[in-house]
Unconditional design. Structure first.
Length: 276
Protein backbone atom coordinates (compact mmCIF):
# COMPACT_ATOMS: atom_id res chain seq x y z
CA UNK A 1 0.00 0.00 0.00
CA UNK A 2 1.11 3.53 -0.73
CA UNK A 3 2.43 5.80 1.97
CA UNK A 4 1.45 9.43 2.44
CA UNK A 5 4.49 11.31 1.09
CA UNK A 6 4.02 14.34 3.34
CA UNK A 7 3.57 12.51 6.61
CA UNK A 8 5.45 9.26 6.04
CA UNK A 9 2.45 7.46 7.51
CA UNK A 10 0.53 4.65 5.82
CA UNK A 11 -2.30 5.90 3.64
CA UNK A 12 -5.82 4.73 4.40
CA UNK A 13 -8.52 2.78 2.62
CA UNK A 14 -11.91 1.34 3.47
CA UNK A 15 -12.66 -2.36 3.80
CA UNK A 16 -16.26 -3.45 3.44
CA UNK A 17 -17.11 -6.53 5.46
CA UNK A 18 -20.58 -8.03 5.34
CA UNK A 19 -21.17 -6.26 8.66
CA UNK A 20 -19.61 -2.78 8.54
CA UNK A 21 -17.22 -0.63 6.48
CA UNK A 22 -13.98 0.10 8.33
CA UNK A 23 -11.22 2.53 7.46
CA UNK A 24 -7.74 1.04 7.83
CA UNK A 25 -4.09 1.96 7.39
CA UNK A 26 -1.82 -0.79 6.10
CA UNK A 27 1.87 -1.36 5.51
CA UNK A 28 4.35 -4.23 5.51
CA UNK A 29 4.37 -7.91 4.60
CA UNK A 30 4.14 -11.09 6.61
CA UNK A 31 1.73 -12.56 9.17
CA UNK A 32 -1.26 -10.38 9.98
CA UNK A 33 -1.00 -7.95 12.90
CA UNK A 34 -4.03 -5.74 13.62
CA UNK A 35 -4.01 -2.60 15.80
CA UNK A 36 -7.03 -1.19 17.65
CA UNK A 37 -6.97 2.27 19.23
CA UNK A 38 -8.59 3.69 22.36
CA UNK A 39 -11.82 5.63 22.71
CA UNK A 40 -12.05 8.89 20.64
CA UNK A 41 -8.78 8.02 18.87
CA UNK A 42 -8.09 6.55 15.42
CA UNK A 43 -5.77 4.25 13.51
CA UNK A 44 -3.08 6.88 12.85
CA UNK A 45 -1.77 6.73 16.42
CA UNK A 46 -0.17 3.37 15.68
CA UNK A 47 1.86 4.59 12.67
CA UNK A 48 5.18 4.75 14.58
CA UNK A 49 4.79 1.18 15.88
CA UNK A 50 3.67 -0.08 12.48
CA UNK A 51 6.77 1.40 10.86
CA UNK A 52 8.97 -0.62 13.21
CA UNK A 53 7.05 -3.88 12.75
CA UNK A 54 6.24 -3.76 9.04
CA UNK A 55 9.44 -5.56 8.05
CA UNK A 56 8.06 -8.69 9.74
CA UNK A 57 4.28 -8.33 9.59
CA UNK A 58 1.42 -7.08 7.49
CA UNK A 59 0.41 -4.33 9.91
CA UNK A 60 -3.12 -2.96 9.67
CA UNK A 61 -4.45 -0.31 12.05
CA UNK A 62 -8.22 0.04 12.18
CA UNK A 63 -10.57 2.95 12.79
CA UNK A 64 -13.07 1.15 15.00
CA UNK A 65 -16.80 1.70 14.55
CA UNK A 66 -17.88 5.21 15.47
CA UNK A 67 -14.30 6.49 15.13
CA UNK A 68 -12.14 8.03 12.44
CA UNK A 69 -13.37 7.47 8.89
CA UNK A 70 -15.22 4.22 9.62
CA UNK A 71 -18.99 3.74 9.66
CA UNK A 72 -20.82 5.31 12.59
CA UNK A 73 -24.06 3.41 13.23
CA UNK A 74 -26.55 4.88 15.68
CA UNK A 75 -26.17 1.95 18.08
CA UNK A 76 -24.06 -1.14 18.69
CA UNK A 77 -21.15 -0.03 20.88
CA UNK A 78 -20.82 -2.87 23.39
CA UNK A 79 -17.79 -5.15 23.64
CA UNK A 80 -19.38 -7.89 21.55
CA UNK A 81 -20.27 -5.42 18.78
CA UNK A 82 -16.67 -4.28 18.46
CA UNK A 83 -15.35 -7.84 18.80
CA UNK A 84 -17.60 -9.11 16.03
CA UNK A 85 -16.30 -6.32 13.77
CA UNK A 86 -12.79 -7.69 14.38
CA UNK A 87 -13.88 -11.21 13.51
CA UNK A 88 -15.59 -10.10 10.30
CA UNK A 89 -12.55 -8.04 9.32
CA UNK A 90 -10.18 -10.99 9.73
CA UNK A 91 -12.50 -13.19 7.69
CA UNK A 92 -12.76 -10.54 4.97
CA UNK A 93 -8.99 -10.15 4.82
CA UNK A 94 -8.65 -13.95 4.71
CA UNK A 95 -5.25 -13.66 6.38
CA UNK A 96 -5.84 -15.05 9.86
CA UNK A 97 -5.12 -16.01 12.48
CA UNK A 98 -4.10 -12.48 13.47
CA UNK A 99 -2.03 -10.96 16.24
CA UNK A 100 -4.20 -8.30 17.90
CA UNK A 101 -2.62 -5.22 19.49
CA UNK A 102 -5.14 -3.09 21.35
CA UNK A 103 -4.89 -0.02 23.53
CA UNK A 104 -7.59 0.69 26.14
CA UNK A 105 -10.92 0.24 24.32
CA UNK A 106 -8.96 -1.66 21.68
CA UNK A 107 -7.50 -3.97 24.34
CA UNK A 108 -10.94 -4.80 25.69
CA UNK A 109 -12.23 -5.46 22.18
CA UNK A 110 -9.22 -7.60 21.25
CA UNK A 111 -9.49 -9.85 24.31
CA UNK A 112 -13.23 -10.19 23.72
CA UNK A 113 -12.66 -11.08 20.07
CA UNK A 114 -10.10 -13.72 21.02
CA UNK A 115 -12.47 -15.23 23.57
CA UNK A 116 -15.36 -15.33 21.07
CA UNK A 117 -13.40 -16.41 17.98
CA UNK A 118 -10.20 -18.21 19.03
CA UNK A 119 -9.75 -19.71 15.56
CA UNK A 120 -9.19 -16.22 14.12
CA UNK A 121 -6.64 -15.01 16.68
CA UNK A 122 -3.02 -15.98 17.20
CA UNK A 123 -2.36 -13.83 20.28
CA UNK A 124 -3.28 -10.53 21.96
CA UNK A 125 -1.27 -7.63 23.33
CA UNK A 126 -3.68 -5.82 25.67
CA UNK A 127 -2.38 -2.35 26.56
CA UNK A 128 -3.74 -0.68 29.70
CA UNK A 129 -7.23 -2.08 30.04
CA UNK A 130 -8.16 -4.92 32.38
CA UNK A 131 -11.12 -6.15 34.37
CA UNK A 132 -11.80 -4.59 37.76
CA UNK A 133 -11.25 -0.94 36.79
CA UNK A 134 -12.67 1.21 39.58
CA UNK A 135 -15.82 3.26 39.06
CA UNK A 136 -14.15 6.59 39.77
CA UNK A 137 -11.54 5.93 37.07
CA UNK A 138 -14.30 5.19 34.55
CA UNK A 139 -16.19 8.30 35.68
CA UNK A 140 -13.12 10.42 34.97
CA UNK A 141 -12.64 8.77 31.57
CA UNK A 142 -16.25 9.42 30.60
CA UNK A 143 -15.92 13.08 31.58
CA UNK A 144 -12.81 13.49 29.41
CA UNK A 145 -14.53 11.80 26.48
CA UNK A 146 -17.56 14.07 26.67
CA UNK A 147 -15.41 17.20 27.03
CA UNK A 148 -13.62 16.54 23.74
CA UNK A 149 -16.68 17.11 21.54
CA UNK A 150 -16.13 20.76 20.65
CA UNK A 151 -15.17 22.95 17.69
CA UNK A 152 -11.56 24.15 17.50
CA UNK A 153 -10.42 27.19 15.55
CA UNK A 154 -7.56 25.42 13.74
CA UNK A 155 -5.09 22.55 14.05
CA UNK A 156 -2.89 24.59 16.37
CA UNK A 157 -5.83 24.99 18.75
CA UNK A 158 -6.42 21.23 18.57
CA UNK A 159 -2.78 20.57 19.40
CA UNK A 160 -2.89 22.93 22.36
CA UNK A 161 -6.01 21.22 23.70
CA UNK A 162 -4.56 17.74 23.24
CA UNK A 163 -1.26 18.71 24.85
CA UNK A 164 -3.19 19.84 27.92
CA UNK A 165 -5.38 16.75 27.95
CA UNK A 166 -2.46 14.34 27.43
CA UNK A 167 0.51 16.05 29.14
CA UNK A 168 2.82 13.03 28.90
CA UNK A 169 2.32 12.28 25.20
CA UNK A 170 5.26 13.63 23.13
CA UNK A 171 4.68 16.49 20.70
CA UNK A 172 5.10 14.30 17.61
CA UNK A 173 2.38 11.94 18.82
CA UNK A 174 0.12 14.88 19.70
CA UNK A 175 0.59 16.16 16.14
CA UNK A 176 -0.48 12.80 14.72
CA UNK A 177 -3.67 12.93 16.78
CA UNK A 178 -4.38 16.54 15.79
CA UNK A 179 -3.79 16.02 12.08
CA UNK A 180 -5.68 12.73 11.77
CA UNK A 181 -8.60 12.95 14.18
CA UNK A 182 -10.55 16.06 13.13
CA UNK A 183 -12.72 17.23 10.22
CA UNK A 184 -13.52 20.70 8.86
CA UNK A 185 -16.86 22.19 9.98
CA UNK A 186 -18.28 25.70 10.05
CA UNK A 187 -16.07 27.62 12.44
CA UNK A 188 -13.10 25.27 12.49
CA UNK A 189 -12.40 21.61 13.24
CA UNK A 190 -14.41 18.98 15.09
CA UNK A 191 -13.51 15.41 16.14
CA UNK A 192 -14.11 12.67 13.58
CA UNK A 193 -15.36 10.42 16.38
CA UNK A 194 -19.16 10.45 16.68
CA UNK A 195 -20.27 11.99 20.00
CA UNK A 196 -23.25 9.62 20.15
CA UNK A 197 -20.97 6.64 19.58
CA UNK A 198 -18.46 7.90 22.15
CA UNK A 199 -21.14 8.29 24.82
CA UNK A 200 -22.40 4.75 24.22
CA UNK A 201 -18.87 3.35 24.08
CA UNK A 202 -17.88 5.04 27.34
CA UNK A 203 -20.90 3.54 29.08
CA UNK A 204 -20.08 0.16 27.59
CA UNK A 205 -16.60 0.21 29.10
CA UNK A 206 -18.25 -0.26 32.50
CA UNK A 207 -19.42 -3.78 31.62
CA UNK A 208 -17.74 -6.69 33.40
CA UNK A 209 -14.74 -7.92 31.42
CA UNK A 210 -13.76 -10.75 33.75
CA UNK A 211 -15.66 -13.43 31.83
CA UNK A 212 -13.78 -12.68 28.61
CA UNK A 213 -10.51 -12.99 30.51
CA UNK A 214 -11.67 -16.28 32.03
CA UNK A 215 -12.67 -17.63 28.61
CA UNK A 216 -9.74 -16.53 26.46
CA UNK A 217 -7.49 -19.44 25.53
CA UNK A 218 -5.02 -17.67 23.25
CA UNK A 219 -1.82 -16.09 24.61
CA UNK A 220 -2.44 -12.62 26.06
CA UNK A 221 0.21 -10.13 27.16
CA UNK A 222 -1.04 -7.50 29.59
CA UNK A 223 0.80 -4.16 29.41
CA UNK A 224 0.17 -1.45 32.02
CA UNK A 225 1.62 2.01 32.41
CA UNK A 226 3.11 2.32 35.88
CA UNK A 227 1.43 5.72 36.32
CA UNK A 228 -1.87 4.77 34.66
CA UNK A 229 -4.89 6.51 36.16
CA UNK A 230 -7.24 4.04 34.50
CA UNK A 231 -5.77 0.66 35.40
CA UNK A 232 -4.76 0.80 39.03
CA UNK A 233 -2.18 -1.49 40.59
CA UNK A 234 -5.04 -3.20 42.42
CA UNK A 235 -7.04 -3.78 39.21
CA UNK A 236 -3.96 -5.35 37.66
CA UNK A 237 -3.36 -7.49 40.75
CA UNK A 238 -6.95 -8.78 40.67
CA UNK A 239 -6.60 -9.57 36.97
CA UNK A 240 -3.40 -11.50 37.66
CA UNK A 241 -5.16 -13.48 40.38
CA UNK A 242 -7.92 -14.28 37.89
CA UNK A 243 -5.40 -15.35 35.21
CA UNK A 244 -2.00 -15.94 36.82
CA UNK A 245 -0.81 -17.58 33.60
CA UNK A 246 -0.93 -14.33 31.59
CA UNK A 247 2.37 -12.43 31.41
CA UNK A 248 2.45 -8.81 32.53
CA UNK A 249 4.72 -5.90 31.59
CA UNK A 250 4.54 -2.72 33.67
CA UNK A 251 6.14 0.20 31.81
CA UNK A 252 8.07 2.50 34.19
CA UNK A 253 6.97 6.13 34.18
CA UNK A 254 4.26 5.64 31.55
CA UNK A 255 0.66 6.67 32.05
CA UNK A 256 -2.40 5.18 30.32
CA UNK A 257 -1.14 6.09 26.83
CA UNK A 258 1.69 3.59 26.96
CA UNK A 259 2.29 3.04 23.24
CA UNK A 260 2.58 6.80 22.59
CA UNK A 261 4.48 7.76 25.75
CA UNK A 262 6.92 4.81 25.65
CA UNK A 263 6.96 3.43 22.08
CA UNK A 264 10.37 1.75 22.35
CA UNK A 265 9.43 -0.20 25.48
CA UNK A 266 6.07 -1.08 23.95
CA UNK A 267 7.80 -2.35 20.81
CA UNK A 268 10.20 -4.46 22.88
CA UNK A 269 7.34 -5.91 24.92
CA UNK A 270 5.45 -6.87 21.75
CA UNK A 271 8.42 -8.50 20.01
CA UNK A 272 9.61 -10.33 23.14
CA UNK A 273 6.11 -11.74 23.64
CA UNK A 274 5.67 -12.80 20.02
CA UNK A 275 9.14 -14.33 19.80
CA UNK A 276 8.98 -16.19 23.12
Amino acid sequence: MATDVLSGRPSSRRIDTDRISLNVRQTGNGPLMLFFHGITSNSAVFAPLMARLSDRFTTIAVDQRGHGLSDKPESGYQANDYADDIAHLIRTLDRGPAILVGHSLGARNSVTAAARNPDLVRSVIAIDFTPYIETDALDALESRVNAGDQVFRDVEAVQAYLAGRYPNIPADAIRIRAESGYRPVDGGLRPLASPTAMAQTARGLRADLSQAYRDVTKPVLIVRGEQSKLVSAEALAKTSRLRPDLPVVVVPGADHYVNEVSPEITLKAITNFIDA
